[in-house]
Design a protein around this ligand. Structure first.
Ligand code: ADQ
Length: 745
């Protein structure tokens, strides 16, 4: 049997490089647990490094003098807390967020670990039947945010970690709109169909979107996140960014690795070499499989054990020739789910050893404890094959630590296809942890693999893992936060009442005011179906009265028959199809303002109809010289995907032709380049009397053409969110109507 000593408590972190200090300000690292845990016993207080991937990965970066770590130190008794707290805060640059036992039970055990953890790992049947802990989650997130706000100095960057604190970025942003904030999720972000199960899905997403940059381990998690933002928040998220509250939030993948140099250095140390030799000697020529995991139900330990049993059932001759060392680091002890899982694993180990053991051999050596980095590295170095078979895992650092330790360029890695690491480590033997026969086959394959193949695979794996130090990962992420914060854009600020008064003074002192007004989204709210957005009596009354003092032009993208039906009797000038058609006063015929060709329409219509057929609820509208695909009613994810595909397809087809594809609010329109709303503004300006003030109001991308065409001194007003060149912004059609109302006699 192996004789591993329990880990000695350590106060110092061992790490290779120390990251450069950022150019200015500190980095406030915020995570549920601190990198140090306080253990109280009758003999006194010990401060020991915390377990887990997050703490081990970030240690090196945190050692840089300009980082402060904000988090929970674990339970502290009243007696020990004052001195311990002071020493942690002053000697280790920590800021303690203390939690009451009730909070720990509800926010940490009850919500973070009982609801989000299993859901994000696709283990839905582990979610408790009742969860009443959302309020505690929100309350504790607020407490962490308050600690951040208290620490935050100008120039600091905030780096929030993981699923326990998904609301913190939004809570900090609310109070400090200019803060630089990054958020990194260490666990998978599930497929949107799984994520949507969560009743608080929208709140969680909006919380995360308080950050400037949201980071994940893999491309697919970032994609899932973008899709969830589209589906749950109704925002037009691209694959790597979204505009929210006037800011751009970026998403990206930042695969994390271990402190590889530290494992290499340890592998060369005499102590580890000696321990490695001892473990090998102890196994007496047996093929050594190794598993190293936190004792968590996501790590796939029972299925791995069953697959190992299957290997030995199928090949009884191997029973004296193999050994599996399964090291399980205690995790979340005290939570009933974890306690009974531990019991399940221990019973399984006992049963399998009873069934396939021999008089000479106990096939599974199971250890439930933490070990020192030296002991861990010795195990990595001694193993013939490493079994990393989680059911789901954000990344899995153990796989990479094993590779980093193998300076002999030998050893086989069996890696679950559901670990984030599998996206990078293609030269491993990839296994499906739910397929016990397949896993047993892969174990046999590992045993039979020739040295040349083992070395070729390991060399390729090592090149990838050694290429990037974990401190580069931290630095890279923080540099990306800086870049995202610089390009986030200024929050869209609504024009305040004082500025409106100034505008009104300009209007009333002008010789004449000419108003060019968009319709949908500007004078009325956007509706699910275009035909539902008919004008109400008060709007018709407002426009009629307004026409007694101003020149009123209604410039819509809608077809002429609709504009005529709704506004034909009003004494105002009407423009339809973005200015292709014009009717000056009631009774006058509609005139076409440009020569347009329609030859292109049958071909493009046929192509667009293929997309219509694939997205139920998205009608195709045909106007005189344009085709419009409306997808407001399509499921948001599908709609955005189809719209992107359609746009790409059309842009390729239309290249070099006098046609353009424009994107509006849930519409894709193809039209001739000759016609846009800028033409309307230019014509109005040409006919306006000297000294007239031109005012254009609109909410859409097509209205930007109006703003750009305004003569000097003209006033552009944007309605609602979104990029705009307009210097003035109102929040809704109601605000537009109030402004116009003030212009009436
Ligand atoms: P974890 O679920 O904790 O991390 P992992 O990435 O494998 O999973 O990290 C475990 C760490 O614990 C490793 O550094 C390993 O060396 C150490 N460890 C394991 N068993 C040990 C033992 N018996 N004694 C001492 N140390 C032991 C979460 C996510 C992962 C993600 C990381 C980092 O679940 O998917 O890779 O964060 O983002």
């Amino acid at each position: 049997m192996l004789d591993l000593q329990p880990a000695q408590p350590q106060n110092q972190f061992a790490s290779t490089a120390v990251a450069d200090a950022p150019a200015e300000g500190r980095v406030l690292i915020v995570s549920n647990r601190l990198p140090l845990t306080v253990r109280e016993s009758p003999d006194g207080v010990e401060v020991v490094p915390s377990d887990g991937g997050l703490a081990s990965g970030l240690r090196g970066y945190y050692q840089s003098a300009s980082a402060t770590w904000i988090g929970w130190p674990g339970p502290l008794s009243a007696a020990a807390s004052r001195a311990t707290r002071r020493s942690l805060e002053t000697q280790h640059n920590l800021r303690l967020v203390e939690l009451e036992p009730d909070d720990v039970e509800a926010y940490y055990d009850g919500f973070s670990n009982a609801v989000i953890w299993p859901l994000f790992h696709y283990l839905l049947d582990r979610i408790p039947l009742r969860s009443q802990n959302w309020d505690a989650y929100r309350r504790v997130n607020q407490r962490f945010a308050d600690a951040v706000l208290d620490e935050l100095q100008p120039g600091d960057a905030v780096w929030v970690h993981d699923y326990h604190l998904m609301l913190v970025p939004g809570l900090v942003r609310e109070r400090r709109p200019d803060a630089r904030i990054g958020f990194f999720l260490h666990i998978p972000f599930p497929a949107p169909e799984v994520f949507r199960i969560l009743p608080w899905r929208r709140e969680l997403l909006m919380g995360v979107l308080g950050a400037d940059l949201v980071g994940f381990h893999t491309v697919s998690y970032a994609r899932h996140f973008a899709a969830a933002v589209r589906a749950q928040c109704g925002l037009d998220a691209a694959h790597d960014r979204v505009r929210v509250d006037g800011r751009t939030v970026r998403f990206g993948h930042f695969p994390m690795g271990p402190d590889a140099e530290q494992f290499e250095r340890l592998a060369h140390s005499p102590q580890v070499r000696e321990e490695t030799a001892r473990i090998r000697e102890d196994s007496r020529g047996r093929f050594l499989f190794l598993g190293v995991d936190r004792l968590d139900y996501t790590k796939g330990i029972p299925r791995r054990l069953v697959a190992f049993e299957r290997l030995l059932q199928r090949n009884p001759g191997l029973r004296d020739k193999v050994r599996l060392i399964q090291l399980a680091v205690p995790s979340r002890a005290g939570i009933q789910e974890y306690d009974s899982f531990r019991q399940q694993v221990e019973e399984l180990v006992g049963r399998i050893n009873g069934a396939v053991g021999t008089l000479d051999s106990v096939p599974i050596h199971y250890l439930h404890r933490t070990v020192t980095p030296e002991q861990l590295t010795a195990l990595y170095c001694a193993a013939d094959a490493m079994l990393v078979t989680p059911l789901r895992d954000g990344m899995n650092l153990v796989a990479k630590e094993f590779i980093a330790s193998r300076t002999d360029e030998d050893g086989v890695l069996l890696l679950s296809e559901f670990a984030g690491a599998a996206e990078e480590l293609g030269e491993a033997v990839i296994v499906n942890p739910y397929d016990e026969n397949g896993m047993a086959d892969s174990m046999a394959h590992a045993m039979a693999m020739g040295q040349a193949e083992r070395k070729a695979r390991m060399r390729a794996l090592r090149r990838r893992v050694l290429a990037r130090h974990v401190n580069d990962w931290a630095r890279g992420f923080l540099a990306a936060v800086d870049e995202a914060a610089e390009s986030r854009g200024h929050p869209e600020r609504l024009t305040d009442p004082h500025e409106i008064e100034g505008l009104m003074r300009r209007f009333t002192s002008a010789a004449r005011v000419a108003l060019v007004l968009d319709y949908d989204g500007t004078l009325v709210g956007l509706r699910e179906m275009p035909e539902l957005a008919a004008p109400d009596a008060s709007l018709l009354g407002l426009l009629t009265v307004l026409s007694t003092t101003c020149d009123v032009h209604l410039a819509s993208g809608r077809p002429r028959d609709v504009v005529d039906r709704w506004f034909g009797s009003l004494p105002i000038s009407l423009w339809a199809e973005h200015g292709l058609w014009h009717r000056a006063t009631p009774g006058q015929p509609w005139q076409k303002r440009a020569e347009v060709s329609t030859e292109w329409m049958p071909e493009i219509r046929a192509r667009m109809e293929e997309f219509v057929a694939r997205a139920p609820g998205a009608p195709l509208e045909e106007k005189t010289a344009s085709l419009v695909w409306h997808y407001r009613l399509v499921e948001p994810g599908t709609g955005a995907m189809q719209a992107e595909a359609l746009k790409r397809d059309l842009e390729q087809r239309l290249a070099g032709r006098p046609l353009e594809v424009i994107e509006g609010h849930k519409v894709i329109e193809v039209r001739q380049t000759a016609v846009d709303k800028g033409t309307v503004v230019r014509e109005v300006a040409a006919q306006a009397p000297p000294g007239a003030l031109l005012v254009a109001i609109g909410d859409d991308r097509t209205d930007e053409d109006m703003f750009a065409a305004l003569p000097p001194g003209g006033v552009a007003i944007r309605v609602g969110a979104g990029d705009s060149s307009a210097p003035f912004r109102l929040d809704s059609p109601t605000a537009v109507r109030a402004l116009l109302g003030a212009l009436t006699p």
